[in-house]
Design a protein around this ligand. Structure first.
Ligand code: ADP
Ligand code: UDP
Length: 235
């Protein structure tokens, strides 16, 4: 398979069209941004770690009956995925209050939530990815009610599968962000990545943060945290 042209270069990945119709190659970069691009930097080795961890989680989810865009990992920094008609939503699932939810509800970070919370953000850099509800999504014409039902069903299943698995690695899955697209038959398919860039992972014993918050909050030990997560996940 050959890359033919850059379809899209984002903040963390480059999506290439290929000579195989319907298939893309994703290249995972070391670039990191936070605050909707306000803070920029590099996390050395991140691309390789996020590629490997995403491939691992997509395979694990497939074994549990959840389809994703993942086809195969082809090298250290690249995977082949199915090209999808992306839905412009960030779907966030939370088990413990952190980040923007802790601020919005006035919960101290680390407060366990009575029930998992699902939020949508409208993926739009100009607007700063605002939080939206189902009614906003209807008037934006981003997804249908049936599609949202399916997205929510898959997102909560992913939460269960990942939370259970990570608990066995002494990791608390605090929250995470998913993206979805439509395949050629209009079916909802999980896309993008699952990595320390878009999940919060805390050590169960120490509450140590093993994710991108170390970069966002200038905590140091960023590379080490990504390496530690990959080691635990794949051990
Ligand atoms: P961003 O757009 O937030 O800067 P990335 O650097 O992660 O993000 O770029 C990846 C882009 O590719 C995102 O816009 C994402 O929605 C999109 N994408 C992810 N999976 C697929 C897919 N299977 N088909 C088409 N686009 C995808
Ligand atoms: N997240 C993400 N991309 C975004 C915003 C959030 O991957 O553009 C992830 C983030 O890593 C965390 C979860 O979604 O796991 C919830 O993030 P939150 O809304 O608390 O955002 P933040 O604190 O980053 O503003």
């Amino acid at each position: 398979m050959e890359k033919t042209k850059v379809l899209y270069e984002g903040k963390a990945k480059i999506m290439y069209e290929t000579d195989e119709p319907g298939k893309l190659i994703v290249y995972f970069k070391d670039d990191a941004t936070a605050g909707n691009g306000a803070k920029k930097g590099t996390i050395e080795g991140k691309g390789s770690i996020n590629n490997e961890m995403s491939a691992f989680f997509f395979k694990m989810l497939k074994d549990h009956g959840i389809n994703s865009h993942f086809v195969e990992k082809i090298n250290d920094r690249e995977m082949v995925v199915k090209s999808l008609d992306m839905i412009a939503l960030e779907v966030i699932v939370r088990n413990v209050a952190a980040g923007s939810l802790a601020k919005r509800l006035g919960f101290p970070e680390g407060t366990p939530l009575k029930t998992p919370v699902l939020e949508y953000c409208y993926k739009n850099d100009e607007l700063g990815d605002p939080i939206v509800n189902r009614y906003h999504i209807m008037v934006l014409d981003v997804a249908s009610v049936n599609e949202l039902d399916e997205i929510e069903h898959i997102s909560f299943s992913v939460n269960q599968i990942l939370s259970n698995f990570l608990r066995s690695k002494n990791i608390n899955l605090i929250d995470f962000k998913l993206e979805f697209g439509r395949d050629e038959n209009g079916k909802i398919v999980l896309a993008d990545e699952i990595s320390p860039d878009n999940c919060r992972f805390w050590d169960i014993t120490t509450n140590e943060k093993l994710d991108k918050d170390r970069f966002r909050r200038d905590m140091g030990g960023v590379e080490e945290a990504y390496q530690e997560m990959l080691k635990r996940v794949t051990a």
